[in-house]
Design a protein around this ligand. Sequence first.
Ligand code: ZN
Length: 256
Amino acid sequence: VPELPEAETIGRTLAAHAEGRRIESVEWLSTRVHRGRPPQLAGRTVRRVHRFGKAVLFDLDRGCLLVHLGMTGKLLWRGERGPYTRAVVILDRGEILFDDVRQFGSIRWCERPPAGLGPDPLEIGAHAFVERVQRHKGRIKPLLLNQGFLRGVGNIYADEILFRAMIHPLAPASRLSERRLRRLHKSMTELLEEAIAQGGSSISDYVDATGREGSFQLRHQVYGREGQPCPRCGASICRILVAQRGTHYCPRCQRT
Ligand SMILES: [Zn+2]
C-alpha cells in the first residue's frame, strides 16, 4: 500500500512531465474511480503535482485532483492501456494512466486540498511533534497511523520508524519522555527521507510513474521479518496485531 515515500516518488516522476500541461480530456473507464458525476476537466492546466499524505495531488488552475492510490493504484506516464486501466488523463502532450487492479483507489476533484488531515511528517518540527504526541492518550503506533494526527505514515513505515527509535508499538504515547519523542521525530524524518531517496518500497506491485520499482524494501529492518533475527541484537522479530494491522518489532530493542 503506497505511503508517503511512494506518493512523493510518483509525484516527482509525474511532475517532470505533467506540470504546465493542459488537460484535453479524461476518459473514465470505470464508474468506481470517480464517485458521482465526473468533473469537467478539459482545458484546465496542471500547475503542480505533489504528495498529499498518502495521496497524489494535482493542483490545477482551478481546483485540484486528488488521487487516492488505495491498495494497488498506479499513475503511469505514457503506460500501455490494459485490463486494469480505470481512467486516462489525456494532456496536450502525453497521457497519464490510472491503473488499479483491486479498485480501492479513486480520483476526486475538489476546490481545495481536503481539510482535517494532520501535518506532513517532513514539515512538522521536533517541538511541535513532541507537543502533538503528548496531547494524545492511547498507544504510539495507532497514533502514527492516524491520518488526522499526521498525514502519510502507514503500516510499513510506522513499524520501521518505531524500530529505529527503539520504541515499542504499544507504548502509551502520553508517557513517552521528551527525549524519546525527539528521537522518534528524528527517526521518522530520516527514515522517510531515505525511503524517498530509494524510490519507496515495492512490497506488492508499487511502481513509480515511469514503471520503476523502489528499493527501500531491501532495507526494512522489521517489517515482514517475523521470526528472523533483529539486525541490531539478534533476537527474533515478533509480529502482533495493533489496530488490526500486522505489527513487527524487536522485543529486546523496543521498550514501552
Ligand atoms: Zn533487537
